[in-house]
Design a protein. Structure first.
Length: 505
């Protein structure tokens, strides 16, 4: 066993050689001296894969502190949505998400693609080694399940960014599936449907293996069920989405934060009863102004760039309910008289969902899955299958814990509304800034309304801005799900090195 563990460690080091923190937090990571002498070597090797979600690693011969898996994911997802507005023109590639000015050479997609496959290669190495063991114990099976989960999670995030929604074009090109170490380097893209099938198979296998949970900073059976609920919803298998959401909700392991506790949810993600799976950051991972998630969307004056803000579109959607505690994560920057400050004509409403862990403005442990999403997944699937009263009950479960006890639906649709619209509206507010909005709009074959002020409007000058009016006459104020730029180009690195990989149109 010791020899196999040593071989495993060396393989993993080769697969993740650019990871600057193989021995990473969480705190049960062990020292290099024990890697080759204890079964905990498997755990430490797998921790290297978790570290890649948050580390700044070398890419193309250098380390850029702006490059980090989670930072890139939120930029590529949320900055393309109608929840966040851009306060200035910038050369940072995040600007491409706002303007749809995508390029195969943009640095953020290139890095995200690279680190995603680095994680996948790392866990494939561990999977290959564990599956050669004659009789793995339950702890080892747990680690194996975590590897299958991480592979499914990474493949799914890739196909969401680089492939069309399943509901729109399931046979269109997805991404390159890497499910074993013997894959050819030059490999064609699988279809979106094939990627979904692989993700579901991996997540189902993961759920069956994970019986020894290690805490919310690691994958678990419930995290795998959460992924299965999300993927099946995207696939429009509503029965399966409900089934897996039920498994999580009925597990009894999680509870919704209340009106009183919700404002502290994200600063205390690792201990919140609502968290199912998060990427745990510690004080040592506080990147400050450079390279953190929070620094572009919040600043205390010195802590961040604070160049992107909660959009007037989202704020208008919340305006009728000032008692909603979800406002606590939208913080206006004000002058001495209380007036909201402006940056280049755009009102500065900061976003704090990625701030204030340990009181630090740029530190958080981003939540990948939480209980509220499971209620919303179930509600959407119920709405689509005609179970309107059940869908409204799920919305009410969230609303009564967010300060809206006086505004419950009580199984009754408001006149002139439909259940799906209500679910999507609630999800927009509840899950704002957490990487869901664009996918929810486009997979439901809707258009994204970006008719609000911000520098996503090409050619905009500050003198053009009139906050009393809705902008009109500009390009891309409405983004239909048929627009080819709702997804990104494959990175130029893949196209040049792999002639079998066909570029997005």
């Amino acid at each position: 066993m010791k020899k196999k563990l040593f071989a495993l460690f060396m393989l993993f080091m080769a697969a993740t050689s650019s990871c600057k923190k193989l021995e990473v937090n969480p705190s049960d990571a062990i020292s290099t001296g024990t890697l080759v002498t204890t079964n905990d070597g498997l755990t430490n090797a797998l921790n290297g894969a978790y570290a890649l979600f948050k580390d700044h690693i070398e890419f193309n011969g250098s380390v850029d502190n702006n490059n980090m898996y989670l930072r890139q994911f939120y930029h590529l997802s949320d900055f393309a949505s109608d929840d966040i507005t851009c306060g200035q023109i910038t050369e940072d590639p995040l600007f491409n998400s706002f303007t749809l000015g995508h390029s195969p050479s943009q640095a953020n997609t290139r890095y995200f693609w690279y680190v995603s496959y680095k994680i996948i290669t790392g866990v494939n190495t561990v999977i290959d080694a564990i599956e050669k063991l004659p009789d793995p114990d339950e702890r080892t099976k747990q680690l194996l399940g975590e590897c299958y989960f991480l592979r499914a999670f990474c493949h799914f995030n890739l196909v969401r960014l680089f492939g069309q929604p399943y509901s729109v074009a399931p046979e269109s090109p997805g991404i390159i599936l890497r499910t074993n170490l013997t894959d050819e380097g030059q490999k064609a893209r699988s279809t979106v449907a094939e990627v979904y099938a692989s993700v579901l198979a991996d997540a189902e296998q993961a759920a069956g293996l994970m019986t020894q949970p290690r805490g919310v900073q690691y994958a678990s059976a419930e995290a795998a069920w959460s992924l299965l609920a999300r993927v099946n919803l995207y696939k429009e298998d509503n029965a399966k989405a409900i089934e897996y959401a039920n498994k999580v909700i009925n597990s009894g392991k999680y509870s919704l934060m209340t009106k009183a506790t919700y404002p502290s949810l994200f600063a205390n993600a690792t201990t919140s009863p609502e968290t199912i799976f998060c990427i745990a950051f510690t004080a040592a991972d506080d990147y400050g102004k450079f390279g953190s998630i929070a620094s572009m969307i919040y600043s205390d004056g010195n802590s961040g760039w604070g160049e992107e803000f909660a959009s007037s579109s989202l704020r208008a959607a919340m305006a009728s309910r000032p008692e909603d505690v979800r406002w606590s994560y939208i913080v206006p920057a004000t002058d001495g008289s209380g007036a909201v400050l402006k940056k280049n004509g755009i009102e500065m409403y900061y976003i704090t969902k990625f701030s204030f862990q340990n009181g630090q403005p740029n530190l958080s442990s981003p939540i990948m899955f939480r209980l509220a999403e499971m209620y919303l997944i179930r509600a959407e699937a119920e709405a689509k299958t005609g179970a309107t009263a059940a869908a409204l009950d799920d919305l009410d479960m969230i609303r009564k814990n967010r300060g809206l006890e006086a505004f419950l639906y009580n199984k009754t649709l408001p006149q002139g509304s439909n259940a799906l619209d209500l679910v999507l509206a609630e999800k927009r507010i509840e899950m704002a800034f957490e990487g869901h909005r664009t996918y929810d709009v486009f997979r439901n074959k809707r258009s994204l309304n970006k008719a609000y002020w911000g520098y996503h409007i090409l050619g905009l000058k500050e003198t053009d801005i009139d906050l009393s009016k809705t902008p009109s006459g500009y390009q891309n104020l409405s983004v239909p799900y048929t627009n080819p730029r709702i997804i990104y180009y494959l990175p130029v690195d893949e196209i040049l090195s792999n002639p079998k990989a066909i570029q997005n149109q």
